[in-house]
Design a protein around this ligand. Structure first.
Ligand code: PLP
Length: 398
């Protein structure tokens, strides 16, 4: 009998949106060799790491030179020094965790998708538009995906209102990629109550929590009463500390999280120990530093830099009478394409006429049609050039 292949790989869209965009960009460069493209597309950090952090990483790497300090495989779920530091980080927002609830990993993208290993086929709730990895991984697994609109009509806020009361895997992302929406405590409480009522599980992706600048907005789902009974949280050093290359993230799986008599914490630990061999010691040392008092202050400087970029970009778009949404607590600006362009038409126009790359909203789901996302993870110089070029858009338009 022939091997059984996962046929969903044939059914899924051929390219991940970000791959499609890089292909379009490189095709354009083939025919416009001297073009200086300003890339505000893929949300990858550009600021270098802080010197002190690199010194910590280098020192940790140097430990591998000596017999006494040499280290082999790291613990699968992370070194205690980093897990303790993460526990302390949560204490800053009055969330108390045990180190057994913390799992260090090599990326939030891996965690939000690998977590599906703990479940058989299920019904999954995903926002439309959404960060594409949730949709793709659930599609590949063969889950029944229930897309829920988070569009202009509901201020881009995903809500459990009118949802059939049954068990789901629920993906929530706050601050949201791509729309920038941040749940209030009240909005998040509605989801936690819904999940507890229906024995659902929430996968809460807070990869951008460090961009929240309003102290009253929740960074972590465990700030909400009842969340430890229904939620797994996934966070990352990628955008907070500039670790998109170094790769380090964490997930929180509460010890009290049980589903039908199965303890999710021990299942996740078992899964990670079987399929993952840990994050390098020197990277975890850098991550520990990022969450130290000084480290947090240093990381904040880069975050502030990107946020200032975003302010400049948003101001420029608004001056062109382009409608922008929710860009206070995120590195992205989500805006309506001007003059009723579709999002791919606007992408092509920006690339061809202005040599600016962004992400068409449709790439995040059908409800993203007519919208567009710019990333502020660029140099100030590039942001200013982009704004200068966009001013010509106004001139051409008039
Ligand atoms: N979650 C969201 C919402 C993201 O936007 C991203 C990356 O852009 C990730 C997760 C992936 O983060 P990591 O670099 O930790 O894999």
């Amino acid at each position: 009998m022939a091997l059984k292949i996962n046929k969903n790989y044939k059914k899924i869209k051929k390219n991940y949106i970000f791959t499609e965009i890089s292909e379009k960009k490189s095709n354009f460069l083939k025919s416009h060799k001297n073009a200086k493209i300003i890339d505000l597309g893929v949300g990858d950090v550009t600021r270098p790491l802080n010197k002190n952090m690199v010194a910590v990483i280098n020192n940790a790497l140097n430990e591998q030179l000596h017999k006494k300090t040499f280290k082999g495989y790291p613990p699968e779920n992370g070194y205690d020094f980093l897990k303790k530091q993460i526990v302390n980080y949560y204490k800053q927002r009055n969330v108390s965790l045990t180190i057994e609830e913390v799992f260090v990993s090599n990326g939030a993208c891996c965690d939000v998708t690998n977590i599906l290993d703990l479940f058989k086929k299920n019904k999954t709730i995903i926002a439309n538009p959404t960060y594409p990895a949730y949709y793709d991984s659930n599609f590949l697994q063969g889950n029944a995906i229930f897309l829920r609109d988070a569009n202009q009509k509901n201020n881009f806020v995903l809500s459990p209102k009118n949802l059939k009361k049954r068990s789901y895997i629920i993906y929530l992302c706050s601050p949201n990629n791509p729309t920038g929406t941040v749940f209030t405590k009240q909005q998040l409480k509605e989801w936690v109550d819904f999940a507890n009522l229906t024995s659902s599980i929430i996968i809460f992706d807070c990869a951008y929590e460090s961009f929240i600048s309003d102290v009253n907005l929740p960074h972590f789902i465990y700030e909400i009463e009842g969340a430890k009974k229904c939620a797994i949280e996934i966070a990352s050093f990628s955008k907070m500390a500039g670790f998109t290359n170094l790769r380090c993230s964490w997930s929180i799986v509460p010890e009290e999280l049980n589903i039908n008599g199965y303890n999710i914490n021990s299942m996740w630990s078992r899964r990670q120990c079987t399929k993952f061999n840990g994050v390098p010691y020197c990277v975890q040392k850098g991550a520990e530093y990022a969450l130290s008092k000084n480290g947090q202050l240093e990381c904040k400087k880069n975050i502030q830099y990107y946020k200032t970029n975003l302010k400049i970009l948003t101001k420029c778009l608004k001056s062109l009478k382009i409608e922008c949404f929710n860009s206070m607590h995120t590195p992205y600006v989500w805006f309506k394409c001007p003059q009723n362009y579709t999002s791919w038409q606007f992408f092509d126009l920006l690339l061809q006429d202005y040599q600016i790359v962004g992400i068409p909203g449709l790439g995040f789901g059908t409800q993203g049609e007519g919208f567009f996302r710019f990333s502020a993870f660029a140099s100030r110089k590039d942001i200013l050039i982009a704004c200068e070029r966009l001013k010509n858009f106004a001139i051409k338009k008039d």
